[in-house]
Design a protein around this ligand. Structure first.
Ligand code: HEC
Length: 322
């Protein structure tokens, strides 16, 4: 019996390893992601000694644009660099910059009015999740589409990919990144209005809504991260209004875009496992919340929509009605 419980403890330690690795824990990440091939004589895989002779820049390139792209997929820039430094035993000549350069920041503040100009202010556009934008709101017609030209491009510092759908409101573009940095860019010029650092990757679209706070009404940008946190930040300034861990399950991740309606925020939370997907709804002001567990289907790219008094959650396997 005692042996059995030790085995269980060991097994759960192994299970927990992926989340135990700190972002800059090169040895642990290397063990998890690389060692199985590079120290087992896998065909063509350079041995550890060969890797050690490389520059960290070359190892990083292998992970960012080369043959090891899929091996380090989903890792942040900081993590990939930690692996490269560990495996070569050398440091990068240049430190990684994960903050936008001073030149990329917008000059003047500019009032934020979410109702001005075209908007796509949540994953599904509206609470019916139509994902439809008419020509008047879009500011262009279908005939204009072939004539569109690139107006600006913004390189997210230290990021390889940005998975969250951009949200547009009040002349700003909101987007979350793999490292958890959430940006509000000026829609006209691409300059950075503000940057907010969440605790983990943000892949769910940001949504925008008006909430009551102790200091009056505020326009909030709602952000969900891969550690189960939801944040409301001031959409105009990026200041944190509140943060809440919506589910303390170790692998809980907010993959569905938060949907705001009538003073409530509906948040789809995936458990990180196959079953037990959770829907949490809670009131933004008092923090009370209720949660419902239902099985089946991931909540990737999920949107929540309202129908009468019911909330429909769309997920990978279709619609779940609650
Ligand atoms: C599934 C097995 C496997 C895993 C896991 C793996 N590699 Fe590789 N790696 C290979 C093979 C095979 C090659 C040779 C690729 C080729 O020749 O096209 C290679 C090549 C490389 C190279 C050489 C690229 C160059 O510039 O020549 C580097 C560096 C590298 N891997 C680093 C890593 C790192 C870092 C990790 C962990 C994040 C990793 N690998 C995980 C199998 C693997």
């Amino acid at each position: 019996m005692r042996l059995r419980s030790r085995v269980i403890v060991l097994a759960s330690l192994v299970f927990l390893l992926p989340i135990a690795a700190a972002a800059d824990d090169g040895p642990t990440l290397y063990k998890q992601l690389c060692e199985s091939c590079h120290e087992a004589g896998t065909e063509r895989a350079p041995s550890r000694d060969v890797l050690r002779a490389m520059t960290p820049e070359r190892v990083l390139t292998a992970m960012e644009t080369g043959p090891m792209l899929s091996m380090a997929a989903g890792r942040t820039g900081v993590e990939r660099r930690a692996i490269a430094e560990f495996v070569t035993g050398k440091s990068f000549a240049q430190a990684l910059s994960t903050t936008p350069s001073p030149q990329s920041m917008c000059k003047a503040g500019g009032e934020f009015n979410p109702l001005a100009g075209p908007r796509w202010s949540a994953w599904g556009v509206n609470t019916s999740n139509t994902r439809y934008q008419d020509a008047a709101m879009a500011g262009l017609t279908a005939a204009d589409v072939p004539r569109l030209r690139v107006k600006w491009a913004f390189a997210f510092p230290g990021e390889l990919s940005v998975d969250s759908q951009p949200t547009v409101a009040g002349g700003r573009v909101f987007a979350g990144t793999q490292s958890g940095a959430v940006y509000a860019l000026d829609a006209a010029s691409g300059c950075v209005r503000w940057m907010f650092q969440a605790a983990a990757a943000v892949r769910a679209a940001v949504s925008v809504g008006r909430i009551d706070t102790r200091s009056g009404q505020r326009l909030a940008a709602f952000i969900g991260d891969r550690s189960g946190n939801v944040y409301a930040v001031d959409a105009g300034s990026g200041e944190l209004l509140w943060k809440r861990l919506v589910d303390d399950f170790p692998f809980a991740r907010v993959t569905g875009s938060p949907t705001f309606h009538n003073g409530r925020l509906y948040v789809g939370v995936a458990s990180g496992e196959d079953a037990n997907q959770l829907l949490i709804s809670f009131h933004h002001q008092y923090g009370s919340h209720s949660s419902i567990t239902h099985p089946g289907g991931g909540l990737r790219d999920a949107g929540t929509r309202r129908q009468g008094h019911r909330v429909l959650i769309s997920n990978e396997v279709g619609h779940v009605t609650h």
